[in-house]
Ligand binder design. Sequence first.
Ligand SMILES: O=C(O)CCC(=O)C(=O)O
Ligand SMILES: [Fe+2]
Length: 337
Amino acid sequence: MELQEKIPVPIFTEVDRDVFLREICPQRRPAVLRGVPLGPCLEKWTVEYLGQKGRDKPVKIHVSTVPQMDFLRKNFVYKTLPFNEFVKRASEKKHSDFFLCEDESYYLRSLGEDVRKEPADLSKQFPDLAEDFHIPHFFEPDQFFSSVFRISSCGLQLWTHYDVMDNLLAQVTGMKRVVLYSPQDALHLYLSGDKSEVLDIDAPDLKRFPEFVKAKRYECVLEPGDLLFIPALWFHNTTALQFGVGVNVFWRHLPADSYDKKDPYGNKDPVAATRALQALERALRALDELPADYQDFYGRRMIQRIQKQTYCDGLSATSAQEDSDSTLTSRQFTKPG
Ligand SMILES: O=C(O)CCC(=O)C(=O)O
Ligand SMILES: [Fe+2]
C-alpha cells in the first residue's frame, strides 16, 4: 500500500493572463499550465547553445556525491565553475573532471550580481539567454521579484521547502517531478526554518517522522514547455527525471512593503510574520517565569486563541468551546471572513 495518496496537480491548457488572474491564481492551489508560449528557448536551449551564449560566466553551484541533496548532513559542497563547463558537466552522467567523485551531481540556482543584496535576474546575469525566454506577463511589472535559472543533473532532488513569493516554475528542457504540500500541512512536515527535515519523501523514516503520512501529497511531472504555478507558502520538492533546464519567476503577491527588504532569495518570511514570531518568543519567555503546570495551562489557552483567530477553517481544528472571555475574542469579530 502506498504511504500517501498522490493527488494529481490539475493541468490547464490555453491559459492566458486573464484566465490565470480570474480562475487560477485566486484559488491559491498549484496548477500546471501547459502550452503557454515561452519563446524560442524551447527549441534553442541545447547544451551546446547554452554554453555558447552563457559563456564562461562564473556560477556558484551545488555539487553532491549522491543526487538527493541533504541540507541537514550537508552532503554537498559549493563550487564555482564557468557556466559553459557547468552545463556540460550537469548534462553528463560521468565526468572526467570532478570535485568529489566521477558521478557527482550538480545543481544551479542562479544568483544576483551582488549575491547578498540583489535577487537573480536572468536579463542581467545572462542577457543573451534571457532573450530566448519570454516571461509570461501574468502579473504587473512592478510585482516582478526575480528570475532564476534552475539547472540540474539527471536525478537531482532538491529538498522540500517553501518560498514567500508567488512563483511560476518554467521547465524548458528535461522532465521534472514535483511533489507539493499545502501550507496547511506545515505541522506534518517537520520544518527546520523554510525546509522539511523529511528528505526521503518516497521512503520516509516513520519512526522519526510519524506525522508525515498525514500530509497530503500533490504531484505532477513537468514536461518541457510546462509552467507550474507554486503559490507562496506551498512546499515543493523537485526531482529532475532528466538533465533539465528551468527558470522560475517570483513575483510579489502581497503589497511590496509586506516583504523583507533584505531578501535576495524570496524566502524570508513577511515582516509581519517575523514580528509575530518574535512576539511569540517573548510570550514564551514570559511564561517561563511560572511553574510548569501554569505554563501548561496558559500554553494550551494560547494555542486555542491562536487557532481561533488564524485558522482558515476557524474552530474545526479543535472543538473549541465558545470563549466567553471577551478580551480574548474581541478581535475575531473584526476579522474579515
Ligand atoms: O526546479 C527546481 O529545481 C526548484 C524550483 C524551486 O524551488 C522554485 O522554483 O522555487
Ligand atoms: Fe523554491
